[in-house]
Design a binder for this molecule. Structure first.
Ligand code: DQA
Length: 145
């Protein structure tokens, strides 16, 4: 049976495709899930994509991953820059954690330059558009091979 990767997404990413498309593009989160599932077939990984606008729910998803996922790909969105709770939850997870940002956060406002999650992430991808999720899946394939 293939290992499962959780792809966790933070606030406002439910509006991906509609929200500031000049920054985040036109693809939706459903498109991201389809692409990641396709890449997953290549690298023998299954995917479960989830999104929440609530910090505590993301913490619960990470707790769930402790039992049910081999790795986590996470775009914590705005919580990247604020959430010690999400960082602490990720520290309870033993498998690989890859952080994805659709936009190049380093080219944007100064408050987006710091990430709490990066202190736990095994790798960070930023500025590759939604392709970053597919790249993270490939990397997961390598890390979990
Ligand atoms: C984001 C970047 C964050 O700064 C922002 O709050 C988001 C999305 C990205 O994917 O580029 O919501 O994580």
């Amino acid at each position: 049976m293939s290992k499962t990767i959780y792809i966790l997404n933070g606030p406002n990413l439910n509006l991906l495709g509609k929200r500031q498309p000049e920054i985040y593009g036109h693809d939706t989160l459903d498109d991201v899930e389809t692409t990641c599932a396709t890449v997953g077939k290549d690298v023998a990984l299954s995917v479960k994509l989830m999104q929440s606008n609530h910090e505590g729910e993301i913490v619960e998803m990470i707790h769930d991953a402790r039992e049910n996922a081999a790795g986590i790909i996470i775009n914590p969105a705005a919580y990247t820059h604020t959430s010690v709770a999400i960082l602490d939850a990720l520290h309870t997870f033993d498998g690989p954690v890859l952080e994805v940002h659709i936009s190049n956060v380093h080219k944007r406002e100064a408050f987006r330059h710091h990430s709490y999650v990066s202190q736990r992430a095994d790798g960070v991808i930023a500025g590759f558009g939604v392709e970053g999720y597919a790249l993270a899946m490939r990397r997961m394939g390598t890390l979990l091979a």
